[in-house]
Design a protein around this ligand. Structure first.
Ligand SMILES: Cc1ncc(COP(=O)(O)O)c(C=O)c1O
Length: 392
């Protein structure tokens, strides 16, 4: 991707998102505070989305909407083109978000009291989706060795014996791993051996920055039959406020159970703008996405330039996502204390690692999905504040 191609998409332009109901940018203590928390980006969606919306706004009628013929075709074409994964159109089921999918699947495929494995530290709603539905969280803790997270397969094997479901996160939020074919194969084999259904939350798959994304279900037909893959264009094209996502469910029995659960909860109607956006980006978004990934890779240099000199902070380059996972345990403070300190001293809001589970204590998650001017300012402030902080 050339410099010209990147600038054509205006990723370098700062945008003021205050007063737009942005969850990320709300309730900041000062007007010059920078939000590097939450997982959405500060970039405008592709022009094709804005044009399609403008045409619909000019029409001015926003009545009940149905899923158009052709939508599943755009989805299967995208998955085939981007990931060489052949998906049949009837395997696709729509939903209003990946967290909604997780809750739907948990309810459809397990009973109260059943055990569900997650690989921690992990995206907080993995915990809450299980607990809010009266199921039991089983933590298969990831192992950190030399700044590199790996799965604990021995523990997974033991835990799988009494679990019904595993929720995988690929690429992994917050640790930034893009799981390899070998790792996914082992997960698939363990789950097959013990009859554990796999829910793979692959919402960040378009941000596999240093290794191609591999869907577990695409590795083996037996894995496909025992898994559900949750996907969306929402993270990729910064359209998460439009409540549109989908599941890939090759197994007709699982499909039927999940459809019944959705019908029982009245989940059926799409968001008109979510559909419009999805249609546009899956047909016309490839060049935008490639330029975005190049821009995010360039952001890694900024992360390292500012954070590597800090003795107490370890920042490994994320393999995927636009989230950096900073090991700040050397400060001997809780992640909440570190976050509060940065907010007060550096006017930058990060996410405390503790919210991703006990093994996230002492870590911070930094969202670098923003223009380089804002990123540089935020990083300069963090570096200055951390340089002045003595270990406890
Ligand atoms: C791993 C993961 N899954 C799901 C979501 C949220 O998905 P949705 O907004 O579609 O519910 C996020 C958002 O940060 C995420 O990181």
């Amino acid at each position: 991707m050339t410099h010209d191609a990147q600038t054509a998409f205006h990723f370098d332009v700062p945008h003021d998102r205050r007063d737009t109901y942005s969850q990320k940018w709300m309730n900041l203590p000062t007007t010059d505070c920078i939000a590097m928390c939450l997982a959405d980006m500060d970039f405008q969606a592709p022009q094709a989305v804005t044009d399609a919306f403008a045409a619909r706004v000019a029409h001015g009628i926003y009545g009940y909407t149905h899923y158009p013929d052709g939508l599943t075709q755009h989805i299967t074409a995208w998955v085939q083109r981007r990931y060489s994964w052949s998906v049949a159109e009837e395997w696709i089921a729509m939903n209003v978000g990946v967290v909604a999918s997780l809750c739907t699947i948990i309810r459809a495929l397990t009973q109260e009291g059943d055990r569900v494995i997650i690989q921690t530290p992990v995206y907080t709603p993995f915990f809450t989706s299980i607990r809010n539905n009266q199921r039991v969280v089983v933590e298969n803790q990831l192992v950190l060795e030399d700044g590199h997270y790996q799965m604990d397969f021995d523990a997974l094997e033991a835990q799988a014996r009494s679990a019904k479901l595993l929720i995988l996160c690929n690429p992994h939020n917050p640790v930034g791993r893009v799981w390899t074919r070998e790792e996914l194969t082992r997960v698939g084999e363990i789950c097959l051996a013990h009859g554990v259904t796999i829910v793979s939350d692959d919402i960040h798959c378009d941000f596999a920055l240093s290794r191609p994304y591999q869907a577990l279900a695409a590795l083996d037909d037996a894995f496909a039959q025992q898994s559900i893959t949750c996907l969306a264009a929402s993270k990729t094209f910064n359209i998460a406020g439009l409540d549109t996502s989908y599941e890939i469910i090759p197994n007709p029995d699982l499909r039927e159970k999940i459809a019944r659960e959705k019908a029982g909860r009245g989940i059926s109607k799409p968001n008109m703008f979510g559909l419009l956006a999805l249609e546009q980006v899956y047909q016309h978004g490839d060049a935008w996405l490639e330029a975005l990934c190049a821009y995010l890779r360039a952001s890694h240099a900024l992360l390292h330039a500012h954070l590597d000199p800090l003795e107490q902070v370890r920042c490994t380059t994320p393999e995927g996502t636009y989230l950096a996972w900073l090991d700040c345990r050397a400060y001997g403070r809780t992640s909440r204390e570190l976050c509060d300190y940065l907010l007060q001293t550096a006017r930058v809001r990060l996410t405390p690692g503790r919210i991703f589970g006990a093994t996230g204590e002492g870590f911070l998650r930094l969202n670098y999905g923003t223009d380089h001017t804002t990123l540089r300012t935020g990083l300069e402030r963090i570096a200055e504040a951390f340089s002045a902080l003595a270990p406890a």
